[in-house]
Design a protein around this ligand. Structure first.
Ligand SMILES: [Zn+2]
Length: 320
């Protein structure tokens, strides 16, 4: 069986062609061009799928599509996405349209959810029964494996740990979702940037402050570079990030009792500066049972969205 994984992003679409042994046979990247319009965009994806169908004719083909945003995985509809550069795509029936163009019904799910399956199959080799994956970037998302199966919830939105609350005070920072006090408002890149700017106002002569003032655009890497040079302000920003993240993870683990937590996404690249504090928060929990043997891991593999989409489609087809 051949699996095609399509990882849709705001700037690029990535394609992964895989076999059932988890080997990547082909990898492609295509720019997400606003000028071709939503239908032209899906026709391009369909044309890639049809090309693979011809190349592997005679073999069964399974297709998985990961899309950012709010996805109805049952019906294959992208309910809402603010980051794709197309007009009028609310309630976009991705699965129906791609099926019309390719004659294959794709499995469509949230991208972080399918990346979770990629991490579970390809990196963890299905070790562990219950796994929480936390994606750390501009947004903070995630996915869940419960009882060795991908758990998407009643509406396809399970794993949205970024919008669980870690601060209920009226002055808690505002999140992109419109609520206050979400985990994402503390450990997403916008939340980290806010704390960096506050620290610069308080300590304008720190190494971090000087680095940020020299650069045109703020980048999270600056906080890591300053931390690398021993800047106490930068180290404190990462330590606080680790603390907030630990608080969010502890809440999820208390609710779900998972055996493994995997951190992934761009910000997880700075794990060496914040992971020990995250682990400290977990070690300090008074109800220790779910934390005692829980593994906290980091995966920096950027292929997991597409790999997970391909492998999940194969897995579902072989189960039939
Ligand atoms: Zn939020």
């Amino acid at each position: 069986m051949i699996g095609i994984g399509v990882d849709i992003g705001g700037t690029f679409v990535k394609f992964y062609v895989m076999n059932e042994h988890g080997e990547i046979l082909r990898k492609e990247k295509m720019e997400t061009l606003p000028s071709i319009g939503a239908d032209g965009f899906l026709r391009q994806i369909a044309s890639f799928i049809n090309q693979i169908k011809t190349q592997f004719s005679g073999q069964p083909i399974a297709v998985g599509v990961g899309a950012p945003g709010d996805v109805d995985n049952q019906r294959g509809i992208l309910r809402y996405n603010p980051n794709l550069p197309f007009q009028n795509i609310d309630h976009w029936p991705l699965a129906d349209i791609l099926q019309k163009y390719t004659a294959i019904r794709p499995y469509v799910a949230n991208d972080a959810t399918l990346a979770t399956w990629g991490i579970y199959e390809s990196l963890l080799k299905r070790q562990g029964d219950n796994v929480l994956v936390v994606t750390l970037g501009t947004g903070v998302g995630g996915g869940l494996i419960l009882g060795k199966e991908l758990y998407q919830g009643s509406n396809g939105t399970a794993g949205e740990i970024g919008h669980t609350k870690i601060d209920c005070s009226p002055s808690a920072p505002l999140c992109g979702c419109g609520e206050r006090g979400c985990l994402e408002a503390f450990v997403g890149t916008i939340g980290i940037r806010r704390r960096v700017m506050e620290s610069i106002r308080r300590q304008p002569h720190s190494t971090l402050a000087e680095m940020v003032q020299q650069e045109q655009n703020f980048k999270i890497e600056l906080v890591s570079r300053a931390a690398e040079q021993g800047c106490p302000v930068a180290l404190k920003i990462w330590q606080d990030t680790g603390f907030f993240l630990g608080t969010g993870i502890a809440n999820a683990v208390l609710a779900l009792d998972v055996d493994t937590v995997v951190l992934t996404g761009g910000v997880s690249g700075a794990a060496k500066y914040f992971l020990s504090e995250t682990q400290n928060v977990l070690n300090r929990q008074k109800i220790q049972t779910p934390f005692k043997n829980m593994k906290l891991l980091v995966s920096q593999d950027p292929n997991m969205g597409g790999v997970g989409a391909a492998m999940y489609a194969i897995y579902q087809e072989l189960k039939k």
